[in-house]
Structures are given as structure tokens and as C-alpha cells.
Design a protein around this ligand. Structure first.
Ligand code: EPZ
Length: 417
């Protein structure tokens, strides 16, 4: 298993090009199941999870033609295998996103229940409940979701909990349903909006994406389209936190500032200087930061995927701050690892109290999930001496060439095979 070796202490400076958003690309790739015509995508990030999704779609029958590094054309003309097997789903929960499109277009789908994962049980009950409301007959047998529906019918669906992929699954299913579907308490994440824009380009009739109520008027079929995946706001936020923590100056290019308002506000509260243009954001800092309280919640509130990164920032900021995680029940695994680097953190329930320390000291730590890995990279960049991060396959799921991009910014980081 690969690990990363980081020698901390350098201030990072320069420009970094942001890749396409993992959490927009994954649902948009599954939209290829909704039409027999080609879906031409650009700015698709080169990530492990994207590779896994392409393999799953290929297994089902989608023809996948990578044009060049970040372009791919998918064609779902013939889909003989309307199932997502456990072997594939267990490595990536987002595989559940093939359920809605497959059921809507073919009237049947068989998708393995995703297992739990490190950060929580992550049920998919609301995906299932929504499809049942649209007339699907769904049974769970031997760990698989079996779904059948002659033709899905539009329905009014009140989501008990805000769920990003739940909203995406139901929006895709509703696009081909008979009649109108209203999703109330829908997720407002920018990635949901990006998927909606792609579906609209394919001929779907969707209103309200980005608000808490999304209305979808079903159409008999969808056609091919061309779509550029939005920039990854979490990759962007991660690099900007790196600038603040190392006392440097980083400009993120090909970014989307309007998708990061809450994160940029917190960086400014921490004392960093934040400037932005239409498609770039720059953060400059002298490395002297104030600790900032953070409470995660659905968009447009502070994103849970940036929680670990701000915990790393608070570890070396002056003062104490609380970090409250309201989305997932177990997203504090990075706390133990940060303590190995000398951090002062106390956890009680869903809240971590972080007291800034003058410095962190390098050590060997272990990545446990994607964003925890990013947090450990950030901590390693400021820790004195050497930090080795093990099990960085987690990192490769969500960050394209992170050590290359960090090296270009002046970090001393190398991958050890
Ligand atoms: C998406 O996961 C993202 N993944 C996650 O990013 C992100 O952390 C999460 O949304 C929250 O923003 C993708 O988009 C591929 P949820 P998702 O359904 O959709 C509960 C990363 O690091 N819930 O919005 O799986 C659930 O338990 C990943 O890139 C139900 O109870 O998350 C959780 O507490 C990690 N029943 C809450 O809702 C359901 O049917 C939010 O989960 C569905 C969800």
C-alpha cells in the first residue's frame, strides 16, 4: 500500500488548477443510463472513484470512450445487465446512483445494498421510499435491492432527511416518469444543480434545482448531450486551507467561488486574506490564524466534507474552537491521528473542542477515509519534521494527483510505493 512522506514547514505559494468535482461527476456519469444516445462529458476528474463508476457502467453495458485525459463519451444504447454487483458497490457507495436511472428507463434494476462505511451507517432508505412513492415495487433479498416498475409515476415526495445522492437518484428517476414529481426538502448542493443542468441539456424538464423544492415534469425519453463537470469545491477548499495553514499564498484556478461561500467566510474569520474573481480564488496568510467554530449542515451551510480540513486548521490556530458534525455519526476518525501529531482535541458526542498548540510534530499516521486523509496531509504540511501517512488509497479516491499539485506549490511531499 502506498504512503505519503511529507517534510513540513514550507509556506505554499503559486497557482493550482482545480479538477472536475467528484461528487458531480459520479451522478452525471450514471445519467448516461437514461438515454440511448451519447453523453459527451468534459472536465471529468481522473480519480479512483470515477474509474470504479466507469467500470460499473461498462459492466452494465454502457460503452465508455475516454477521448483524452478528462473527456469521456458514454453511450447507454444497450444495457443488457441491469444490475450493480456487490463486488463493485462495496468499494464505492455512490454506485447506488445507478438504481434510479436504470429503473426509470428499463423498469427493472438490481443493485447491491451498499455496506456501511467508516464515517457512518449511511442507509439508503430514503432512496427506496422515494422510488416506492413513484410506484416501484422494491424487495430486499440477499443484500440486493430488487426494483421493478412498469412505468414510474410522478409523486410528491417529502424527504425526511436532506440526502444528496437520494435527491439525485430520485431526480433522475423522475425525469422519465409519467407526470410530475415534487421533491420537498431536497438537497441544495451545487453538485445536485450540476446534475440537473446536465439532465436539462438531455431534454429533462426540471425546476428549482438548488432550492429545497425540485419539480420534475417527466418526459417519454431523453437524448444525448454535452456537459462540462463543475469544479470540485472540496478540492478547492482543501488547497485554500493549505495556504492559510502554511502561511502562504495560493490562487485556485478554474474554481467556482459561488459554491464555497461558507468556507471562504470561515477562512476570512480565521484571519486569512481571501480575494476572488469569476473563476479563481486566492488565499494569503502569514500563518497566524484565529481558531474558528464550525458546524456542518446541508448546503449552503458549512459542508461536512470540509470539516476535517478545518479541524487541522484549528489545531495550529490561536485559541480554542468547537467543531460540530451534524451530518454523519462517526466523522471524527481523524482526531486520534491528529493527536499523534500533538494536537489538543477533546471529543464529546458530535462536538470536538480543539485548542490550538504552538506546533505539531511529525509522526506516522493512518488515513481512515477520504477527507480525513486530506486533513492529515494538511497537518503534515505544517508539522515539524517528517510525517508519513499510510493507507492513502483513501486519498486517491477523491483527489487528482494531489502530491504533484502540492509539490508544484512548494511542498516537500513524495509518494512511497
Ligand atoms: C454525499 O453522500 C457525498 N457523496 C458525500 O461526500 C457527502 O459527505 C454527503 O453527500 C453529504 O454532503 C457523493 O455525493 C458521492 P447523504 P451521500 O445521503 O449522498 C442520511 C466525500 O467525501 N441518509 O446526503 O451518501 C445519512 O445517513 C463524500 O466526497 C439517510 O438517513 O450523503 C447521512 O446522515 C463522503 N437515509 C445524511 O442523510 C438515506 O436514504 C446525509 O447523507 C440517505 C441518507
Amino acid at each position: 500500500m502506498d504512503s505519503l512522506l511529507i517534510r513540513g514547514g514550507n509556506a505554499l505559494a503559486g497557482e493550482v488548477r482545480i479538477s472536475g468535482a467528484k461528487n458531480a461527476a459520479l451522478p452525471i456519469l450514471t445519467a448516461s443510463l437514461l438515454t440511448a444516445e451519447p453523453l459527451v462529458l468534459s472536465n471529468v476528474p481522473h480519480l479512483k472513484d470515477v474509474g470504479t463508476m466507469l467500470a460499473l457502467l461498462g459492466h452494465m453495458g454502457v460503452t465508455v470512450t475516454p477521448d483524452e485525459r478528462n473527456h469521456v463519451t458514454l453511450c447507454g444504447e444497450s444495457i443488457p445487465h441491469r444490475e450493480a454487483p456487490y463486488e463493485m458497490v462495496k468499494t464505492m457507495r455512490a454506485s447506488i446512483l445507478v438504481l434510479g436511472p436504470t429503473l426509470a428507463r428499463f423498469g427493472e434494476a438490481r443493485v447491491s445494498l451498499p455496506g456501511g462505511c467508516a464515517i457512518g451507517s449511511r442507509p439508503v432508505d430514503l432512496h427506496i421510499k422515494g422510488l416506492q412513492a413513484m410506484g416501484a415495487e422494491i424487495s430486499i433479498e440477499h443484500g440486493y435491492i430488487h426494483a421493478r416498475a412498469k412505468r414510474l409515476q410522478g409523486a410528491h415526495i417529502a424527504m425526511d432527511v436532506v440526502t444528496v445522492t437520494g435527491t439525485e437518484n430520485l431526480m433522475m428517476a423522475a425525469a422519465l416518469a409519467e407526470g410530475t414529481t415534487v421533491l420537498a426538502n431536497a438537497a441544495r448542493e451545487p453538485e445536485v444543480v450540476d446534475l440537473a443542468e446536465c439532465l436539462i441539456a438531455m431534454g429533462a424538464r426540471i425546476e428549482g434545482a438548488g432550492s429545497g423544492v425540485i419539480t420534475i415534469h417527466g418526459v417519454p425519453e431523453l437524448h444525448g448531450a454535452t456537459h462540462r463537470v463543475m469544479p470540485d469545491r472540496i478540492e478547492t477548499g482543501t488547497f485554500l486551507v493549505a495556504a492559510a495553514m502554511t502561511g502562504g499564498r495560493i490562487r485556485a484556478l478554474d474554481a467556482a467561488p459561488e459554491t464555497l461561500v461558507s468556507v471562504l467566510g470561515k477562512l476570512a474569520d480565521a484571519g486569512a486574506k481571501v480575494t476572488q474573481g469569476d473563476d479563481w480564488i486566492e488565499v494569503e496568510s502569514d500563518g497566524v490564524l484565529n481558531a474558528v467554530d464550525v458546524r456542518t449542515a446541508p448546503h449552503p451551510a458549512f459542508p461536512t466534507d470540509m470539516q476535517a480540513q478545518f479541524m487541522a486548521l484549528n489545531c495550529i490556530a490561536s485559541g480554542a474552537a468547537s467543531i460540530t458534525e451534524t451530518i454523519f455519526e462517526n466523522r471524527f476518525m481523524h482526531v486520534q491521528e491528529l493527536r499523534r501529531l500533538g494536537a489538543n482535541i477533546e471529543v464529546s458526542g458530535h462536538t470536538a473542542l480543539v485548542r490550538g498548540v504552538p506546533r505539531l510534530d511529525g509522526a506516522t499516521v493512518m488515513a481512515t477515509d477520504l477527507r480525513a486523509s486530506a486533513c492529515l496531509v494538511l497537518a503534515g504540511l505544517v508539522a515539524a519534521g517528517e510525517t508519513t501517512i499510510e493507507r492513502i488509497y483513501h486519498l486517491d479516491r477523491g483527489y487528482e494527483r494531489i502530491e504533484e499539485k502540492l509539490t508544484q506549490l512548494g511542498a516537500r511531499i513524495q509518494r512511497i510505493h
